[in-house]
Design a protein around this ligand. Structure first.
Ligand SMILES: [Zn+2]
Ligand SMILES: [Zn+2]
Ligand SMILES: [Zn+2]
Ligand SMILES: [Zn+2]
Ligand SMILES: [Zn+2]
Length: 330
């Protein structure tokens, strides 16, 4: 049997594979490829079509699949292709340690192409550096909300990928604190080599912008220098037609969320002189969006789309909905 350790039945999704096994079990995992599913007395190998499906599963489900049976566990662990694009999102993020990350990424056998760590608070600069040292082929690296990472640490990470002739061409850093302009210049210079058409694509505010490798907006780095406050943050262009068509307004209306308030629904700038309509959530909406969205039956305030979709089904009726606050007063 290639695996001496029995499958761990613990209910936490990430720790069974990652947290508990000793580092020594790693080579064990990767060296089992030749013998696991092909030995003569082994049960039938999983159907090839299964691997097509597995390729589409989020990490959490892939790890869960591995716990179905030993055969699947070995087959999945041995298929480096399944591990070339790794996205760690909540709720897994909070459990991800440096060791666990190294263990997951090792399954790609050095061929990891994209790594997205969303809100992985425990990942350190040193931990991420070890991962990129083992995976020089990473082209997309997303670390939004990884608050333990530092700008200096990310410079080392990006430099490492650059020096081993990698082809890193996308970097997402939002939420990383203390990024200064000099950091940004370094990131741009390392990525610039890989982005011949240095992009000046507009970037629009979309609060529900999901972290996905498919929603690539063509920009090599998500953060930019805010022309108003000079901080390195997400910087948005205005979606409002009048702001986009006039050049001086287009420049004037570009800024981070703190410098230019944006409508939660359309991403257009907010004219505070016109703004007197309230929402049922904490977000602000432009007048046009405010008028269009359905309102609470009691207080006549709308929710932004994001909050509306999170409203319990019981709050809706055929005639509309009752907002949280009005429901509590009832
Ligand atoms: Zn700003
Ligand atoms: Zn709007
Ligand atoms: Zn505007
Ligand atoms: Zn209400
Ligand atoms: Zn809202």
């Amino acid at each position: 049997m290639p695996h001496a350790a029995p499958p761990d039945p613990s209910s936490t999704p990430i720790q069974p594979h990652l947290g508990r096994s000793s580092p020594n079990s790693l080579p064990h995992l990767s060296s089992s490829s030749s013998s696991s599913s092909s030995s003569s007395n082994a049960p039938m190998a999983p159907h090839g079509a299964l691997f097509l499906v597995l390729g589409y599963l989020p990490l959490r489900e892939l790890l869960a699949f591995q716990r179905v049976c030993r055969l699947l566990r070995d087959a999945i662990a041995d298929d480096a292709l399944l591990w070339r694009h790794i996205t760690v999102e909540p709720p897994l993020s909070a459990k991800l340690t440096d060791e666990a990350l190294l263990r997951i990424t090792s399954k790609a056998e050095g061929k990891l192409k994209s790594l997205a760590l969303v809100d992985c608070w425990n990942i350190t600069d040193a931990g991420l550096l070890r991962v990129v040292e083992q995976n020089p082929a990473i082209t997309k690296l997303y670390v939004p909300g990884c608050t333990f990472l530092t700008a200096d640490g990310m410079v080392k990470v990006v430099k490492q990928l650059f020096e081993c002739k990698g082809n890193l061409n996308h970097l997402q850093l939002r939420g990383l604190s203390n990024i200064r302009k000099d950091h940004l210049d370094i990131f741009n210079s390392f990525l610039g080599k890989n982005n011949l058409q240095q992009v000046s694509q507009p970037s629009f505010y979309n609060s529900r912008h999901l972290i996905s490798f498919d929603c690539d907006d063509g920009r090599p780095i998500d953060v930019d220098l805010c022309p108003k406050c000079r901080n390195v943050r997400l910087v948005f262009d205005c979606t409002r037609e009048s702001c986009r068509t006039m050049k001086y307004k287009r420049i004037e209306c570009r800024g981070c969320f703190f410098c230019i308030a944006r409508c939660e629904a359309c991403g257009g700038c907010i004219d505070f002189d016109e703004l007197d309509e309230e929402t049922a959530c904490s977000h602000i909406l432009c007048l046009e969006c405010w008028l269009q969205l359905p309102k609470c039956n009691t207080c006549n305030r709308p929710y932004c789309d994001g909050h509306a979709s999170s409203l319990a089904e019981s709050a809706w009726s055929s005639s509309g909905f009752i907002c949280h606050q009005c429901a509590e007063l009832d």
